[in-house]
Design a protein around this ligand. Structure first.
Ligand SMILES: NC(=O)c1ccc[n+]([C@@H]2O[C@H](COP(=O)([O-])OP(=O)(O)OC[C@H]3O[C@@H](n4cnc5c(N)ncnc54)[C@H](O)[C@@H]3O)[C@@H](O)[C@H]2O)c1
Length: 455
């Protein structure tokens, strides 16, 4: 059997072309993912189906000269997921993080995502995912801001002024029409200033920087937390005012009294149950807790000072209307998001489809669209028959919400008549194709674009 697996590669630039910077549009989709989580139509790693991911933990020291050793923010993590609903796809995010990276001109973490056919495991796409991951991370507090923040929120405090909080802020502001002022706090003043300059230019907000967390929080209606682990970020309970919405994306230390007072909404309680399970299995629960965002909360739950996770609320429940979110303007509401691969898979698929749709738009060489049933596929580039030898084909069916696509493997034919190729491998229609003959299957809702080989 000769079978060649092909997949699309999307560079960071391709993901930009596919809309990765246009994050605000993602919030509706992210909400849809939360609904699927609430219904249970997803899988993540581990026997509990809810693991954040599997980390490669580096030892403190090693006898082997090349083996990496532990360092600040240094880790590799694989985050597999299946996402159901109309997405119906598997994938994995794989990233490496190292606080030393910026010295080499690299972001702290470097990420990729692979999408796979859920049945065969074949890759559909492999993509650079730094912007993608930031976009999916930011969309999550965007959804939370939509459902949990006071609508009259005006001031947003940004704690930790890196790539992730840029995306968080962009999404959060999109949901709060009256929020026009930001206060930026970072242990590195230069990072805070750079963030502010970017936000003024890009998001058209006013604001200031501060080197004092308490000062950053004094007027804040919304707080977005995404500091790295260079130094623990400590926020005193009394610094957070009445009615505030705290959107936690990175670790934050605070007083037990804050956790016990605030209305806490989780991204997905089952993810947090998995964290607790993994902490127990690790044999050193406290050490495990100290490394994860929810650690201080789990400690209080274990001590019986906060409701058990099973009795708590996921944002999906709030979206679905099965549990309450914010019920008045005075309560302090906190949303904790630890990152789920289901969101990476969703966005990767979204950008893959956008990339293909962009191909359709940008290539005036669209051909055979629509095909009529049983027709031969006469292919033209402009008004000239097209030589396929240099090109591979991508067939796109645009009738569904997400275009299905198939990429041909063969580039053998010429003179413009596509007589040979591995037509769709997925779905019944492919079964009726006989190479070298007129197709008898109904291709009317397929369009075809082509790409230069190796592109
Ligand atoms: N929940 C999720 O889904 C998710 C996803 C990705 C990243 N994250 C987390 O978001 C955080 C930020 O990631 P990033 O990629 O933007 O990192 P980054 O390194 O680009 O930026 C982080 C910023 O935080 C600052 N910082 C570090 N310690 C601080 C402190 N104590 N107080 C104030 N500022 C501090 C750093 O100076 C830096 O400017 C990390 O903790 C990361 O693990 C969460």
């Amino acid at each position: 059997m000769s079978h060649k697996t092909e997949f699309l590669y999307l560079s960071e630039q391709d993901t930009i072309q596919a809309g990765v910077l246009d994050e605000v549009k993602c919030i509706d989709n992210a909400e849809e993912v939360f609904r699927l989580l609430s219904k249970g139509d997803y899988l993540m790693g581990g026997s509990n189906h809810n693991s954040h991911g599997l980390g490669l933990v580096f030892p403190k020291e090693t006898p082997f000269p090349n083996m990496p050793v532990a360092g600040p923010d240094r880790r590799f993590v694989a985050m597999p997921a299946y996402l159901g609903g109309r997405f119906d796809v598997c994938g994995n995010k794989w990233y490496g993080s190292n606080a030393e990276n910026p010295k080499k001109g690299l972001p702290r973490s470097v990420l990729t995502v692979t999408l796979n056919d859920k049945d065969t495991g074949e890759p559909l796409a492999f993509m650079s995912a730094n912007l993608l991951s930031a976009a999916r991370t930011g969309a999550v507090p965007g959804v939370a801001a939509r459902h949990l923040a006071r609508k009259d929120s005006k001031v947003v405090a940004v704690l930790g002024c890196g790539q992730i909080n840029r995306s968080c802020l962009r999404n959060i502001l999109s949901q709060l029409p009256e929020a026009k002022t930001i206060v930026c706090y970072d242990i590195l003043e230069a990072a805070a200033q750079k963030f502010l300059d970017w936000a003024k230019e890009e998001l058209k907000v006013e604001g200031r920087i501060t080197s004092d967390v308490q000062d950053a929080l004094k007027d804040a209606d919304v707080v977005t937390v995404a500091a790295s682990r260079l130094k623990p970020l400590y926020v005193k309970d009394e610094w957070l005012k009445e009615g505030v919405t705290v959107l936690i994306t990175g670790p934050m230390q605070t007083d037990d009294s804050f956790w016990m007072d605030t209305k806490l909404i989780y991204d997905n309680i089952h993810l947090h149950e998995a964290y607790v399970q993994e902490a127990i299995e690790s044999g050193d629960k406290d050490a495990y807790y100290s490394g994860v965002i929810g650690g201080p909360i789990y400690t209080l739950i274990d001590a019986g000072k906060m409701p058990a996770l099973k009795d708590s609320t996921s944002i999906g429940d709030v979206i679905e209307g099965t549990k309450p979110g914010r019920t008045n303007d005075k309560e302090r509401v906190t949303f904790v998001a630890c990152g789920m691969a289901t969101f990476d898979v969703w966005l990767a698929l979204y950008y893959l489809d956008n990339d293909l749709a962009a191909l359709l738009r940008t290539h005036d060489r669209e051909i055979c669209s629509p095909l009529s049933a049983g027709s031969e596929c006469l292919c033209y580039c402009g008004d000239r028959p097209f030589d396929f030898r240099m090109y591979s084909l991508i067939w796109i069916r645009r009738s569904g919400k997400i275009p299905e696509y198939y990429r041909s493997n063969t580039y053998g034919s010429n003179a413009g008549i596509y007589r040979h190729g591995n037509f769709p491998r997925r779905g019944r229609k492919s079964d009726t194709y006989v190479s070298g003959r007129k197709r008898t299957c109904d291709w009317r809702d397929y369009s075809c674009v082509f790409r230069i080989c190796g592109n």
